[in-house]
Write a protein that binds this ligand. Sequence first.
Ligand code: CP3
Length: 355
Amino acid sequence: MNGELKNDRLLRALRRQPTDTTPVWIMRQAGRYLPEYRSTRARAGSFMALAQDPDLACEVTLQPLQRFDLDAAILFSDILTIPDAMGLGLSFAAGEGPKFQRPLRNSGDIDRLDVPDMDGGLRYVMDAVRTIRRELDGRVPLIGFSGSPWTLACYMVEGQGSRDFARAKALAWDDPQAMHRLLDVLARSVAAYLSAQAECGAQALMVFDTWGGLLSPPMFHELSLRYLARVTELLKVNAHAADLPVVLFSKGANAHLEALAGTGCEALGLDWTIGLDEARRRVGDRVALQGNLDPSVLYAMPEIIVREVDAAIDAFGPHPGHVFNLGHGVTPDVEPEHVKVLVDAVHEAGRRIRA
Ligand code: CP3
């Protein structure tokens, strides 16, 4: 399936195989910091209208690749498509973040949930994957993605974004069985969703556990890690997904890197609160690492960006198995020219450290 791929740095690095330089892509690389993204989004009318139109979703997926020498494309969509397809009614009010019309309020709401039909309410995502894969024409690999069961549960119970997801955590304390039923149906949904993306042409898979770091160690194991492991397990027995590298990004969960490395994933995403040298010492050659520059470095002058990229490449060292990225998404007020400086600096420093 990857036979005609012209740039396979990402897939090789995720499998910890040698590459000529360090591959780089950027979380939220298709986003509001690009004027052409804002223009396509305005044409679509809303974020969801943009995500649900496969041709427009393809257009914005490819926009950053036209500007920068990136080594991967990531499907333009959102993690909240699964709860939307489960009937919760997703919308994004301008500048306010996601909102569900029908958040989960009791265990009855949870019992009514089922794995959504990938050819029904999520068909638009699969159409986008197929369209993007065709239009990429083998230039770089396409990354498919999903939210983690725990992170999706946070939004579904809270009904919107939150600083502490207090409602979701209260449910986990007061009715752990209901929370586990929710996480179980979400794990099966996430695995089915990622498997369907693989079938439609995704070449690597990433799971965003954005709110894993909210949990105490025992709760992290019970509510986040266990269901991440369930997802990777289900992917391994799916004919389309079994051979695809899986990246797990559990933000704020650096205390659990060793445990995350043992879930059967190929790579871990890292936020910027740990050095790549320390992370690598702790996980060794068991997994590749993806990350982890502080996104605020992109506000700095070009010389500082280059210096910080150099430092990160040096911290990882000359071993295979590093995919350069930010430690979280690129922010909307970043100068696109600064992203170009970063991408070119990664390739240059990646060649230098291998020389
Ligand atoms: O990375 C990419 O370029 C691919 C597209 C992508 C989006 N969301 C598009 C998007 C991906 C991978 C996501 C993942 C996602 N979505 C996460 C996990 C990663 C993370 O950021 O922690 C989460 C938690 C969400 C939920 C979500 N979607 C929130 C909280 C918001 C509002 C906050 C914000 O940044 O505006 C969104 C909206 C969203 N998803 C935007 C984009 C480009 C901005 C919407 C807009 O255009 O107005």
